[in-house]
Design a protein around this ligand. Sequence first.
Ligand code: ZN
Length: 457
Amino acid sequence: MRVPFILMLLVSAGAVPASAQTVWPDSDPRIAALVAAVSETRLKTLVETLAGFQTRNTLSDTSSPTRGIGAARQWIFDELKRSSPKLQVSFDTYMLAKQGRITRDVELRNVIAILPGRSARRIYVSAHYDTTNIGGTGQIGANTRPPSPKPPPDVQQSPDFDHNATAPGANDNGSGTALTMELARVFAESDLSFDATLVFALWAGEEQGLIGSGAHAERMSKDKVSVDADFNNDIVGNSRGGAGVIDAETVRVYSDGPEDSMSRSLARYIERMAAIYVPSHRVRLLARQDRFGRSSDNAPFNQRGFPAVVFREANENFSKQHLDADTIDGVDFAYLAQNVRVNLAGVASLALAPPAPKVTNERNQPTIGRQPSGYDANLRWIASPGAVGYRIYWREAWSPDWQRSQRIGDVTEFVLPKVSIDDFVFGVAAIGASGHESLVSAYVSPARRDSDVKLVP
Ligand SMILES: [Zn+2]
């Protein structure tokens, strides 16, 4: 029988200094070796080839062997197959009816490469490979259009829209596509045995409204597939912002709320692992789903309850986006390689760790209480398969990140005497035999609605 592990802590409300740091696990030389295996040269070759298809618009030509989305998706498929025999490569195909920016019925193909793990739970690395050229002055034109009460016409919905116009998409999103393909190679070539199944996904239809990722996420949700994380990358290769700022040492990671969602937990995890394995690069966390008024393929995952974040370069150049100007000279490959390494550190650590503990009961209530004294923090959780221990995290309820942690044994209940569950946020992570930690599952106060007030008529 598992008994509660009682820790006598000299902690009382207010005693946690804001500067206190949690203990980070030691670096794993096997992950460090994978980080070192990322090839900047290959990234450059991949982006050059992708841009060389001239356009990868979802509605572009599919008959040419050299230009358009048909040639591009076949090359991505073949290149993933060539990377490693361990990758299970397939087209994830949908027949789309005419809708919105999809101005005719069309076959959409995502390209998926799966590296099976010991368990079926999935960790995604993803990027859209399609491109668009909206003409005019592209995205900077949209950004600088004078405010108007009427929404501007959507040029992509126009029957005259040219889907075969040159749209090389070197950065949007050749950068994310190359990142995903390079990680597929590095992970498949390693001889590590991962607990999670890794899925490298290249989406189409993003520029028409997240269509490829949406169709796939919907299928995963219907099939009740367990998706533990999606590392989505969209526009991650340029270090020279259009406003003049140059920063090759920062990447932005956006995560959807509320404050203790698993997407936020994933974002914190990425920052932590990057600090261990890629200390020369800074992860800038942003507590919102994405940039203002813009979205990417993490959104359909978020909408279906799957933890997902999106990586974005630190400073964008909007005058190159969604135009024929999105060319290879706008990509900084040393910077892109750093962003690949940051993704890798997070994905590898998470895939080597057990799944995150479940901290809710059948009624979806958090399994936290004040027992036994009525003034204690009593945490309970469901054991994670493969866990050999756990780590408890806590922080002031006004703080964005964990301030304290405590490694504990293979138990499913833990009591912090005289620590108020009203004043601190608590979470628990599972630790595997190799020392790798899962995401932190936080105890979140459930939303409740009081009954309506009855007034005498
Ligand atoms: Zn994009």
